[in-house]
Design a protein around this ligand. Structure first.
Ligand SMILES: [Fe+2]
Ligand SMILES: [Fe+2]
Length: 346
């Protein structure tokens, strides 16, 4: 009902339709009233309709989405590095196959997301150039090193777990292509989270050395995982506007709390301890209280001073340069196919 009513409103007040019947912008009718477009956009967002690539949208909304989706895409492909580091040293064929599938999934996530960003009028080439020249960022979590095999488990359990907590609400993001990409990404992320949990469980129940290795990995990844939700709400620059646009559905602190509450019983089942002496159930709030996060560390890593920032970027630029011949070959092949198709028609 709400959708139908708002759709009607959108058609009445603006030249552009949103939602299921959304079509080509009707500029031919001579209407050039930004205020009317804006009202139609606001009504569509208020009614929880999806904004699609050909719909009118405010410039700032478009720019915010490009920034967020690009950062997300970059995180997926940079995130392949710390785990790929362990593919050749996986302890069994089964573990190697699982890890390869997982790392490959992350490349796929990058591709869905670059494609989603391209629907906003930007190009993959431009986005990659901005990554390589430091003008766009990726998640700080990937600037930490993977020191032992247990880190693969801790990343799956905590980093992919935090990513799911962030991304499930993005399946309802107001921008259609981003929301739809997230549906598939989240399904794959839940496999990633499970494989990490299962890996840690095997280590935790193994020899004392294996148990200690699992505990050490959790000790190192716990706090950076909490930072993945971004700065506290009162310091988060883009949060309020993103929530008004329904790009974001919950605040950073809300999602962080949800993640902590999910992890505590899982850590107990794993037989591992979360490295926070202040972590305890608060009956009144119905949530776990937890200790203060070291935001100085977060800002330092974000500025480029994390343990692996330089290594990640060097590797990324090298991979891009070494892949130049693949891009050239693909373009030459596409051009040849086009020529042949053209000749066939003639
Ligand atoms: Fe991913
Ligand atoms: Fe993942």
């Amino acid at each position: 009902m709400a959708t139908a009513a708002a759709h009607h409103t959108a058609q009445q007040t603006g030249p552009q339709a949103y939602g299921a019947q959304s079509g080509v912008p009707d500029t031919a009718c001579g209407t050039d009233d930004t205020a009317a477009y804006q009202r139609a956009f606001d009504a569509a967002v208020a009614a929880d309709e999806r904004v699609e690539p050909r719909d009118w949208m405010p410039d700032a909304y478009r720019a915010t989405l490009v920034r967020q989706i690009a950062q997300h895409a970059h995180s997926e492909i940079i995130g392949m590095q710390p785990e790929a580091n362990w593919i050749t040293r996986a302890p069994s064929l089964r573990r190697k196959a699982i890890l390869m599938a997982k790392v490959q999934d992350e490349a796929g996530h990058g591709l869905y997301l670059y494609s989603a960003a391209e629907t906003l009028g930007t190009s993959r080439e431009d986005l990659l150039d901005k990554l390589h020249t430091g003008r766009q960022k990726y998640s700080s979590i990937f600037n930490y090193p993977t020191l032992t095999w247990a880190d693969v488990g801790a990343i799956g359990w905590l980093v992919d777990g935090a990513a799911i907590t962030n991304q499930v609400p993005l399946c309802r993001c107001s921008y259609g292509p981003y929301a739809r990409a997230m549906v598939r990404v989240c399904k794959e992320e839940s496999f990633h989270q499970r494989q990490g949990y299962e890996l840690l469980l095997a280590l935790s129940r193994g020899t004392p050395e294996q148990h200690a290795m699992a505990q050490d990995a959790v000790d190192r990844w716990w706090w950076p995982s909490l930072m993945m939700f971004g700065p506290p709400d009162d310091e988060s620059a883009h949060s309020a506007q993103s929530m008004a646009w329904k790009i974001k559905r919950h605040s950073n602190d809300e999602l962080r709390q949800r993640f902590v509450d999910i992890c505590v019983p899982q850590a107990e089942s794993l037989g591992l301890t979360l490295p926070d002496p202040d972590l305890k159930w608060n009956e009144e709030r119905g949530h776990h209280d937890f200790g203060a996060i070291d935001w100085t560390e977060f800002w330092e890593v974000l500025k480029g001073n994390g343990p692996c920032n330089e290594q990640r970027m060097t590797q990324r630029r090298r991979a891009h340069d070494e892949g130049a011949w693949v891009r050239e070959s693909a373009a030459a092949y596409a051009a040849k196919r086009n020529d042949e198709a053209g000749a066939g028609r003639g």
